[in-house]
Design a binder for this molecule. Structure first.
Ligand SMILES: [Zn+2]
Ligand SMILES: [Zn+2]
Length: 543
């Protein structure tokens, strides 16, 4: 058994008492001592690391990430790190097409709606750089896609194609498809027209993602959408020891099916392997506010003192799961011991998720199944205390809680003044006693926990620190944000063996290159110099 002792550190343990320490000793995969007791174990240690005053935290756990998709996209057209302009995107697509002349399809994603007028890019732009091969690119929030004319043609889509029930084809004034696909229209294209990766591709994608996530101090995650194929890939990696992160997977609730699909979840739950547990169920309850598919109690504003209209009256967004079915689903899943991971953005969706957990509690009392709601963008003030009361964890994507262009241009005008003040109320939820977890939704946005924590603490984009903060009274403390990204996420990942640094627990930890407590306004400037998962060093970088 190898022993590692880290000395001279400032150790944030994330325990409930707010304890700090200065040294930690690890034998094999376990933490065996903290503080002076750890110093006493330096004799005979295989490695002694002098942290020189730097900060040690529990390994971060990302509570909502799409690692196989992100890793696979990283290996194709990857626009996430490209400047968010149409020109830069088109140059990147053209470069990729030139470098990969043999690929029949150009796929990938990561474009930002805000780079295009109205948030919707046109196929003509792509046709100009790739006229002869199909191009299909999901956007960064994975709620829409951009296709060229060749791709539409191969899919047999044209002006006569009706919109699917759960999505929409963007059309120009003449009714022609523009190549921008929303929600269900984009998913159907991706799943039935674009080429599907093989299990081998997913294995490569997960490993690519894992290397990157480890470099950010992440030692575990919840995959917010495992498919039968990605499940097989995780299983293979867990079985052969290459999955060094601890992963829980959420199986996808098919909106077109009913409660009968629960039998499939039960069967697939048994396909786990040590280190990979597919025992969660993800239910997408609504869309997002930026394209008016997030589900609101009162209609979207039109920015001119009225309401946005849809075909059947004032537009309140979309509801993907009937509220009564949602209640019955959560009740049955809870009874069977599943933890339910619900996507809810609009205030109506958040309320329906809480109502569904309440229905389960009323049916058969409280069970420690650790349901959680991801995103929680718009929360009616009446619903804030219910998270604590019902034992529902807030799965926060804190990076979004700032005044970026997506917020100021595509969100605030459509919410109006009162509701704009209800957004991402993490401070109020914490004050009301709710448990908070954090996750990135990568590849929607960066998986760097330190960038997310900076926004949680300052409510400003780390790339625009002079901007006005978004509802600064909803900021978390730095300790609170760190606890959410470690102990809080471990809680909903069912990983009681990690998330805190304590004797007897699994040795998952990260060493930062500085003490972020000295300037909490610049957390994102810090880097991770060492990541340890189950006692193994899985990432090192020069300090
Ligand atoms: Zn989501
Ligand atoms: Zn997601």
């Amino acid at each position: 058994m190898t022993r590692t002792v880290i000395t001279g550190a400032k150790i944030f343990t994330a325990d409930g008492a707010g304890s700090w320490s200065h040294a930690i000793a690890v034998d094999g995969d376990r933490i065996v001592a903290l503080g002076d007791a750890a110093l006493a174990r330096t004799d005979g240690a295989d490695t002694v690391i002098d942290a020189r005053g730097r900060l040690v935290v529990p390994g971060f756990q990302d509570a909502h990430v799409h690692a196989p998709f992100a890793g696979n996209d990283l290996r194709h057209v990857w626009l996430n790190d490209t400047e968010a302009t149409a020109d830069a995107y088109l140059a990147a697509v053209a470069d990729y097409a030139r470098a990969h002349p043999d690929e029949e399809w150009i796929v990938g994603g990561g474009w930002y709606m805000e780079a295009f007028p109205g948030g919707t890019p046109h196929r003509d732009l792509l046709d100009a750089v790739v006229p002869d091969r199909p191009v299909f690119l999901m956007n960064r929030d994975v709620h829409g896609a951009w296709a060229n004319s060749k791709a539409l043609e191969l899919a047999g889509l044209d002006r006569s194609t009706p919109d699917p029930a759960d999505g929409r084809y963007e059309r120009d004034a003449d009714g022609e498809l523009t190549g921008c696909l929303h929600e269900g229209a984009a998913y159907a294209f991706r799943d039935t027209v674009a080429p599907t990766p093989t299990v081998d591709d997913w294995v490569d994608g997960i490993l690519t993602a894992q290397t990157y996530l480890h470099s950010l101090g992440i030692t575990g995650w919840q995959d917010a959408w495992v498919t039968p194929q990605t499940l097989q890939a995780y299983r293979r990696l867990a079985a052969d020891g290459r999955l060094t992160a601890r992963v829980v997977g959420a199986q996808w609730w098919e909106r077109s099916e009913g409660l009968e699909q629960i039998d499939r979840f039960v069967a697939q739950r048994d396909l786990g392997a040590p280190g990979f547990d597919p025992s969660r169920v993800k239910i997408m309850v609504d869309g997002v506010l930026e394209n008016h598919t997030g589900s609101l109690q009162e209609p979207y504003c039109d920015g001119c003192g009225g309401y946005l209209m849809s075909a059947d009256g004032p537009n309140r967004g979309l509801t993907y799961v009937d509220p009564e079915i949602l209640k019955r689903a959560v009740t049955e899943l809870d009874r069977l011991g599943f933890s339910v991971h619900m996507h809810a953005i609009g205030d109506a969706a958040v309320r329906r998720c809480l109502d569904a957990v309440e229905a389960a509690r009323l049916d058969h009392g409280y069970r420690d199944t650790r349901h959680h709601i991801a995103h929680v963008q718009l929360v009616h003030p009446d619903d804030v205390p219910r998270f604590q009361q019902l034992g529902v964890t807030v799965n926060a994507q804190a990076l979004w809680a700032c005044n970026d262009r997506q917020m100021t241009q595509l969100t605030l005008p459509y919410l109006g003044a009162e509701r704009s003040g209800w957004q991402y109320p993490f401070g109020s939820l914490a004050a009301a006693g709710a448990t908070l977890a954090m996750g990135s939704d990568w590849p929607v946005s960066t998986p760097d926990p330190l960038a997310q924590i900076e926004v949680a603490v300052n409510r400003k984009d780390p790339g625009d620190r002079d901007a006005a903060p978004l509802l600064p009274h909803e900021a978390l403390t730095l300790s609170g944000a760190l606890r959410a990204f470690t102990a809080g996420s471990a809680h909903i990942n069912g990983d009681d063996d990690a998330g805190r640094l304590a004797v007897g627990r699994r040795a998952d930890l990260a060493v930062l290159d500085r003490d972020i407590f000295t300037d909490p306004t610049r957390v994102a400037d810090a880097h991770v110099t060492l990541t340890m998962a189950s006692g193994r060093v899985v990432h090192t970088a020069p300090a």
